[in-house]
Design a protein around this ligand. Structure first.
Ligand code: EPU
Length: 432
C-alpha cells in the first residue's frame, strides 16, 4: 500500500502548472464514442480516472493512441457494441456518461452502474433516467446494469431538471447531440466542464447553445466528425493549490488557470486574509498573516464548489475564531472530519453544516483518505501540521490529482510517496 509521509511546517514558494480538468476529461472521453474518425484531445490530465476510461473505450474496440503524455488520439469508428459492462466501470463515476454517448450513437445502451467517490450519502441517477425517458427511451436497472432502449433514436424534447445536476446535464447533452430534433434542458448545471463538453462537441459538428447558462438548447445532428480539442484547466486542482498556500503560508504563482473560474475561491480566501491576485492566465496566492475564520456554503456553479469544501475546511481548522461550512450540494460530505480531529482540529457537524473552532496549530497523525477531495484536504492539513502525518487511501487522491507529490515537492513541501506493505500481508508472510 502506498502512503504519503508529510513533515509539515514548510511554507510553499515558486510556480506550479495546473493540469487539464478531470471532470471535463471524463465527460469528453465518452463523448468521443459518437465521433466518426480520429479526435485528438489535448491537455488531458495524467490521472487514474482518465486511464480507466480510456481502457474501457479500448475494450469496446476504440483505437487509443498517445501522441505525448497529455495528448491522445481516439478513433471509435470500430466500436460496434452498445454494451459496456466491464468491472472497471464500477471503479469510476463518469462511466455512466457512456449511457448518453451510446444512446446517441446506437439508440440503445447497456451500461454497468457507476462507482466513484462515496463521501457519505447515496448518489442517485433519477434525473438522468428522467431525461432519457422523456426523450423516448425505455430505461430499466437490473443486476447492476442500466439498460436504455429506443426504436432507433432519442427524440428531442424539453426536460426540466428537479435538481441542478452536473451528471444529468452532461448525460442529456450527450444523448441529445444525435437525437431527432431539439432538446431543451432547463435548470441545467453551469459548471465550466459543461461548457467545455459543449465546446468539444460543437467543434466536432454538434449544435449546442446556451452551455454555461441554465437553459441549454441542443439541435440533434446526424453525425460528428473528428477534430482537435484542448481541455480547460482544472478549477479544483487550482483551488486545491490555492488552499494549500493559504494554509501552509508562502507565495506561489499558480499557472495555466482561468481566473474567472476561481473567483468564488479567490474571494473566500481574501476574506480569510490571503492575498490573491490574477495576472493573465495565472493566479498569485500569498499568505503572510494568520488566517481569519469565515463562513462558506457550497452551491452549484457559480457558487462555491462542493469539490473545494474539504480543502477549505482543513485550513479553517487553523483560522482565528469560529467558521461554518455548509454543504449545499451533497447530503453528507463530512466523513473526513474524524481524520482532521485526530490532528487536533475542533469541528462539530450538525446536519449539513460543520462548525469549526480555529486552533493555533494541527499536529501530525496517521490518517486515512476516504475519497478524492477528502484526501486532498488531509494532505493540506499535513502540510500545515507540526510533525509527521502519514496519509493512507492514496489511490483516491491519484484518481484526480496529477503528480501531486512532485508538484508540492517542487514548491518546497516535505512530502514523500512511500510503498509500505500493510500489516496483514506481513502477518500472512510470517504465518506462511
Ligand atoms: N442528484 C439527484 N439525482 C440525480 C443526480 C444528482 O438527486 O439524478 C443530486 C445529487 O445527489 C447531489 C446533487 O444532485 O445532491 C448534485 O449531483 P451531481 O449530479 O451534480 O453530481 P455528479 O454529476 O454525480 C459531479 C462531479 C462531482 C461533483 C458534483 C457536484 C464528475 C465526474 N463528478 O458529480 O465531483 O461533486 O458534480 O459539483 O463530474 C469530484 O471531482 O471529487 C467529484 C465528486
Amino acid at each position: 500500500m502506498t502512503k504519503y509521509i508529510i513533515r509539515g511546517g514548510n511554507p510553499l514558494h515558486g510556480e506550479v502548472e495546473i493540469s487539464g480538468a478531470k471532470n471535463a476529461a471524463v465527460a469528453i472521453i465518452p463523448a468521443a464514442i459518437m465521433v466518426e474518425g480520429v479526435c485528438r484531445i489535448e491537455n488531458l490530465p495524467q490521472i487514474s480516472d482518465v486511464a480507466t476510461l480510456l481502457g474501457i473505450l479500448k475494450e469496446m474496440g476504440a483505437i487509443v493512441r498517445f501522441v505525448d503524455k497529455r495528448t491522445v488520439d481516439i478513433d471509435c469508428t470500430n466500436v460496434k457494441m452498445s454494451h459496456a459492462t466491464f468491472d472497471a466501470m464500477r471503479r469510476i463515476r463518469a462511466s455512466y456518461y457512456l449511457i448518453g454517448a451510446l444512446l446517441g450513437r446506437f439508440g440503445s445502451s447497456h451500461v454497468a452502474m457507476p462507482g466513484g467517490c462515496n463521501f457519505g450519502g447515496v448518489r442517485p441517477i433519477d434525473q438522468h433516467i428522467k431525461g432519457f425517458t422523456a426523450m423516448g427511451a425505455k430505461v430499466s436497472i437490473k443486476n447492476g446494469i442500466v439498460s436504455a432502449e429506443t426504436n432507433g433514436r432519442l427524440k428531442g424534447t424539453s426536460i426540466y431538471l428537479d435538481v441542478v445536476s452536473v451528471g444529468a446535464t452532461v448525460n442529456i447533452i450527450l444523448g441529445a447531440t444525435m437525437a431527432d430534433g431539439m432538446t431543451y434542458i432547463e435548470n441545467a448545471a453551469r459548471e465550466p466542464h459543461i461548457v467545455d463538453l459543449a465546446n468539444f462537441l460543437n467543434s466536432m459538428g454538434a449544435d449546442i447553445r446556451g452551455a454555461g447558462t441554465n437553459v441549454i438548447k441542443i439541435r440533434g445532428v446526424r453525425s460528428l466528425k473528428g477534430g482537435f480539442y484542448s481541455i480547460i484547466p482544472d478549477q479544483i486542482e487550482a483551488g486545491t493549490f490555492m488552499a494549500a498556500v493559504a494554509g501552509a503560508g508562502g507565495r506561489v504563482v499558480i499557472k495555466d488557470v482561468i481566473p474567472k473560474h476561481l473567483e468564488c475561491i479567490s474571494s473566500k480566501l481574501r476574506e480569510m486574509g490571503v492575498m490573491v491576485r490574477s495576472l493573465g492566465d495565472s493566479i498569485i496566492v500569498q499568505r503572510t498573516v494568520p488566517l481569519i475564520g469565515t463562513d462558506i456554503k457550497t452551491l452549484p456553479y457559480p457558487g462555491f464548489p462542493t469539490d473545494m469544501q474539504p480543502q477549505i475546511a482543513a485550513i479553517l481548522c487553523m483560522a482565528e475564531g469560529t467558521s461554518t461550512v455548509a454543504e449545499g450540494v451533497w447530503d453528507n460530505r463530512f466523513k473526513y472530519v474524524n481524520e482532521l480531529e485526530k490532528m487536533g482540529a475542533s469541528i462539530r457537524v450538525t446536519g449539513r453544516t460543520a462548525i469549526i473552532e480555529g486552533v493555533p496549530c494541527l499536529t501530525g497523525a496517521p490518517i486515512k483518505a476516504g475519497d478524492l477531495r477528502a484526501g486532498a484536504a488531509l494532505v493540506i492539513a499535513g502540510l500545515c501540521a507540526k510533525g509527521e502525518t502519514v496519509v493512507e487511501g492514496i489511490s483516491y487522491i491519484e484518481r484526480g490529482y496529477e503528480k501531486l507529490v512532485d508538484k508540492l515537492t517542487a514548491l518546497g513541501a516535505d512530502i514523500k510517496s512511500v510503498y509500505m506493505p500493510d500489516e496483514s500481508s506481513l502477518l500472512n508472510k510470517d504465518a506462511g
